[in-house]
Design a protein around this ligand. Structure first.
Ligand SMILES: Cc1cc2nc3c(=O)[nH]c(=O)nc-3n(C[C@H](O)[C@H](O)[C@H](O)COP(=O)(O)OP(=O)(O)OC[C@H]3O[C@@H](n4cnc5c(N)ncnc54)[C@H](O)[C@@H]3O)c2cc1C
Length: 415
């Protein structure tokens, strides 16, 4: 059969599904992508309101991710870089802590910061040297423990863990216990020391939009929920059925393939709130952290520090669970900001509660091999949840599933 006559279906126009589609297209195959949403990107979404870029959750692209250069045109994304550090608000004081080897302006403020001891600061330096030399393969084959235990075993003081590592990594793992696997900690720490945390100038959704723009018009079908895939038959929620020679599922397969266990994944949730503020920002793209177990706020940043000509808007992330409704939560966040940082937030612009932000995974791998993505004779799996919750894993697993399909078509076997 002519390759172009093969029906290859991808379920999910998230970063993983789109990467699978691009990989297949580059190998000379035509694909059809179906997504339940009215937009591409899945969990990577931005709302563009007059003069404002509001991402659904504070989310950064670490430009050291190996998948970045493979799939993204970072010049075109015009990435805005965060400085390698943070402002820490603790006990009425503010500390500017960061990687002085990459940004000299952090040198004195970091040495003098009352966040951890000098030994702690030395340990941060020794850990970054160690992880720079540790390969990704070694990181993802190391024994797993919780991030908290890992940091304790490395010798960090309780104060350093509670005042810096907990707020900083809670904002990344979206959980405050640092129960996330030490493999993820080592991976993210390595990526932070080898590159920058960035956001495209048009917001985080510019990433999937750039991926989608590489596919032919008409190949992505939005507002189309797939209700099942059985063998070669795909059924949409509207009852339409069609034949698919090969199908890649770029989301939780248990919800779509009968006889698989239903989705039993637990998810980390997060809420992000955007407020008007008279504060003009920090004059640099830097993350603010509040080191106080009593407060709900985890981190914040000013959009005018990131995006050119942006209105004065503060983005605040809340990770801890709480019983508050939107109005009460906004009031509480405004109060905490004023009391803990002196920053005055005024009107609430937008609040997003993201219930399924990051999958809670027990054992992490870096990414799937092509053969591991095969579920049945003609169904293949992709998505970050198969490996680790990151854009890197989403892209690499999309690629792996696509390579598996190509291999199956061209040689009848997997790698
Ligand atoms: C708040 C937040 C912060 C994050 N922070 C970071 C960060 O800083 N750095 C980082 O690297 N990663 C971060 N992530 C994780 C990153 O966004 C994900 O790893 C990545 O987007 C996963 O992509 P995916 O394609 O695997 O899944 P998804 O984005 O979930 O895509 C799955 C797609 O499948 C579609 N779908 C599901 N079921 C069906 C169906 N039945 N029929 C049709 N379509 C269906 C969905 O609509 C969706 O579009 C964050 C995520 C969130 C939410």
């Amino acid at each position: 059969m002519d390759n172009n006559q093969l029906q290859i279906t991808i379920i999910g126009a998230g970063v993983s599904g789109l990467t699978a589609a691009i990989t297949l297209q580059n190998a000379g195959y035509k694909v059809s992508v179906y997504d339940a949403n009215s937009f591409v990107g899945g969990r990577v979404k931005s709302d563009l309101q007059t003069g404002m870029i509001l991402d659904h959750g504070f989310q950064v692209l670490l430009d050291a991710y190996p998948a970045v250069n493979e799939f993204l045109d970072i010049e075109a994304l015009k990435l805005r870089k965060f400085v390698p550090g943070s402002m820490i608000y603790m006990n009425g004081k503010t500390y500017r802590l960061g990687d002085a080897f990459r940004n000299r302006s952090f040198l004195w403020s970091t040495i003098m910061a009352g966040v951890g001891s000098l030994k702690d600061k030395w340990l941060v330096f020794s850990l970054s040297r160690k992880l720079k030399q540790k390969s990704l393969q070694d990181i993802f084959s190391s024994p797993e423990t919780s991030t908290k235990t890992y940091l304790e075993n490395y010798g960090f003081s309780t104060k350093m863990i509670s005042s810096f590592f907990t707020p900083f990594y809670a904002g990344i793992f979206l959980e405050t216990e640092l129960a996330t696997s030490s493999r993820m900690f080592e991976f993210v720490f390595k990526m932070f020391t080898e590159g920058n945390a960035t956001i495209p100038e048009a917001g985080i959704q510019a990433i999937p939009e750039q991926l989608a723009s590489k596919l032919p018009l008409g190949s992505i079908h939005l507002n189309q929920t797939v209700s099942s895939v059985i063998g070669n038959e795909v059924t949409l929620e509207n009852g339409e059925k069609f034949h698919s020679d090969y199908t890649i599922i770029g989301t939780i397969a248990g919800n779509i393939v009968p006889n698989l266990p239903k989705e039993d994944l637990l998810w980390h949730q997060v809420t992000v709130l955007y407020f008007e503020t008279d504060h003009t920002g920090f004059d640099e793209a830097i993350i603010g952290l509040i080191s106080n177990e009593e407060v709900l706020i985890n981190n914040f940043h000013f959009l005018q520090d990131i995006f050119d000509h942006h209105r004065n808007v503060i983005s605040v992330t809340v990770i801890k669970k709480h019983p508050l409704n939107d109005l009460k939560l906004a009031e509480r966040v405004i109060k905490e900001l004023r009391e803990e940082t002196g920053i005055v937030a005024t009107e609430l612009i937008q609040l997003y509660r993201i219930k399924k932000a990051l999958p809670q995974l027990n054992s992490l791998n870096y990414c799937m091999t092509a053969s591991e993505t095969q579920l049945t004779e003609n169904i293949f799996l992709a998505g970050d949840h198969l490996s680790n919750a990151s854009l890197n894993a989403a892209m690499l697993n999309g690629k792996a599933a696509a390579q598996a399909v190509v291999s199956k078509i061209e040689s009848g076997v997997l790698f």
